[in-house]
Design a protein around this ligand. Sequence first.
Ligand code: C2E
Ligand code: MG
Ligand code: MG
Ligand code: MG
Length: 284
Amino acid sequence: EARRTGLFAPRGYEPRLEEELARRLLIETELREAIADDRLVPYFQPLVRLGDGTTHGFEALARWPRPDGSFVPPDIFIGIAENAGLVTKLSDNLLRSACRVARAWPANLILYFNISPRQLTDRLLVSRILRILEEVDFPPNRLSVEITESAIIDDIAGALRILDQLRAADVRVALDDFGTGYSSFAQLARFPFNTIKIDRHFTASILENEKQTKIVRSLLRLSSALEVSMLAEGIETVEQCARLRAMGCYLGQGYLLGRPMPAEAVPGFLEQASARWRQLFHAD
Ligand code: C2E
Ligand code: MG
Ligand code: MG
Ligand code: MG
C-alpha cells in the first residue's frame, strides 16, 4: 500500500523537491490510467435563481474516485493533467459523460462546463466541443463553457477568438472566478459573456466588508447594463444569500444551495428544490 499512501504527503510536512517530483510522477501515471479507463466522473452542483429558488442549471465538476471511496481534488489533478498533456482527453471524456447525463434533465436546464487555461491554446478546442455535442445529441445553447479570468488575461486575442467561435455556434460562455485576477470590468465588457461568476471571496466578505459590498453592488449594476447575468459563487449561509438576493444578484451557487452531487442525485434534488427553498426563506 506504499503506492497509495505515497500519493499524498502527510500534512504539515514539507516535502523535498525530489519527493515532490516523485509524488507528481506517481499521480501522473495513475491519472493516465484513470483517464484511459474513463474512470473520472462529473459531479453536478446546482446554479439557483436567487429570486425564486428555481434551478437554472448545474456545473459539472470533475471527480477522480480512489479505491477507498475518497476523491482526489480537481485542483490537484487538473494541473497535473495539463502538464502531462492529458487534459484534452480528460476534458473530452468528461464533457461527453456530462452531456449524456444532462440530456435527460428538463430541457430548460443549462450545463456549465470548465475549460482550463491550457486548453485555450488548443486550436481544435471549439471544433472538438461541437463534435461531442453532435455525437451525444446535446443542444449547443444548453451548454455554457466556463473560462477563468486569469486564463483570458494570458492571451486576450486568443481567448476572444475562442469565445467568439463558441458564441457563433450558439454555445454560451461564462467568466469563472471573476475578481481573482486584475482585469477591470470595462476590459471584460469586450468579451461576449452570457454569465459572470463572481468569485467566492466576494461572497464571503459581503457581510463583513462595506467596501467589498459596494464593489459587488456596482458590478451588479453594470452587468444589467451589459445584459450579462451575474452569479455569486460560494454562498454558504442564509445571511449571504439574503443579502445577495436583496442586491438583485440573479444567480447563486454554493453549499447552502446544493453541494456537488453524483448524477443519480440530480432528479431527487430537482424534486426537493422548492421545498428546500421554502425552508430557507419561508417563501410561498
Ligand atoms: P470552480 O470552477 O470555481 O468550481 C467551484 C469550486 O468551488 C468547486 O470545487 C466546488 O465544489 C467549490 N464550491 C462550491 N460551492 C462552494 C461553497 O459554498 N464553499 C466552498 N468553500 N467551496 C464551494 P472543486 O469541485 O474542488 O473544483 C475546484 C476547481 O477545479 C474548479 O473551480 C475548476 O477550476 C477546476 N475544475 C473542476 N472540474 C473541472 C473540469 O472538469 N475541467 C477543468 N478544466 N477544471 C475543473
Ligand atoms: Mg467553474
Ligand atoms: Mg468558479
Ligand atoms: Mg472559484
